[in-house]
Design a protein around this ligand. Structure first.
Ligand code: 4H7
Length: 229
């Protein structure tokens, strides 16, 4: 899998992928992260990537030529997806993450300032995705969220211990509570059932906790879960 990230701030992407599980997977060659800077595709001596909006108003708009030329410079594989991270996109969820994990190349466009000249969308026709109903100064953090979420679905990224099948959402429920040593801290004890070695009882306890929490915190997910039982 190759992630090709179009951004004016490539260090944001490169640095953030250099920790923990993502770092290990990149070093192991399981996926790679490249950046393409539209500023390198500008034609004027000031390397201008944004300009004032037609019709007036505040802020600057990203110019069509550097983005389209940068996009067209990327070698596309046979199974490639192009995504724009924007507050106007379809809300990201685990279903979409799974859908994207089957591609061998994901190209992402990160916006800044007031956003993109609309002709960038018309020409590139990206799938537009949002990580939630809030506004950020740029698309880099959402792009990183998507790299993180998709890369952990790729065989080999997670070790056996971090396996993805017990995560929240893999069964439509949120996670059960976790405990580690010590057995007691400030009078707070680890539930006995987790110490007795009976794996049937432990699984039943965890499922019960998952269901309780989902009902309380995410009634929307709970309704779906009950319907599917
Ligand atoms: C594309 C178009 C994603 C990207 C406009 C991106 C939130 C999300 C951006 C904009 C993002 C998300 C530029 C519009 C900054 C708002 C102040 C980058 N914000 N922005 N303006 N929810 N911002 O996924």
């Amino acid at each position: 899998m190759i992630f090709d990230i179009m951004t004016l701030f490539p260090e944001m992407i490169e640095n953030a992928c250099n920790y923990s599980i993502m770092k290990r997977a990149v070093q192991a060659g399981i996926f790679s992260v490249n950046t393409i800077n539209p500023r390198d595709f500008t034609l004027d001596k000031h390397k201008k990537v944004d300009d004032t909006p037609y019709g007036g108003g505040a802020g600057m708009v990203l110019m069509v030529q550097p983005y389209v030329d940068a996009y067209e410079s990327i070698t596309k594989s046979d199974k490639s997806a192009t995504i724009m991270l924007s507050p106007q996109g379809e809300p990201l969820n685990e279903r979409i993450v799974n859908e994207l994990a089957v591609y061998d190349q994901i190209i992402m466009l990160c916006g800044h300032y007031e956003g993109f000249d609309e002709r960038i969308r018309e020409i590139i026709q990206p799938r537009e995705i949002s990580i939630g109903d809030f506004v950020l100064t740029g698309g880099e953090l959402p792009a990183l969220c998507l790299i993180d979420a998709v890369s952990r679905k790729i065989e080999g990224t997670l070790g056996k211990i971090e396996s993805a099948d017990e995560d929240s959402f893999s069964n439509g429920l949120i996670e059960y509570p976790h405990y580690t040593k010590p057995r007691e801290f400030r009078n707070l004890k680890v539930p006995d059932v987790l110490l007795n070695g009976n794996h049937k009882e432990i699984n039943d306890f965890r499922l019960k906790k998952s269901i309780e929490r989902t009902q309380k915190r995410r009634p929307d997910l709970y309704e779906k879960y009950i319907k599917n039982q």
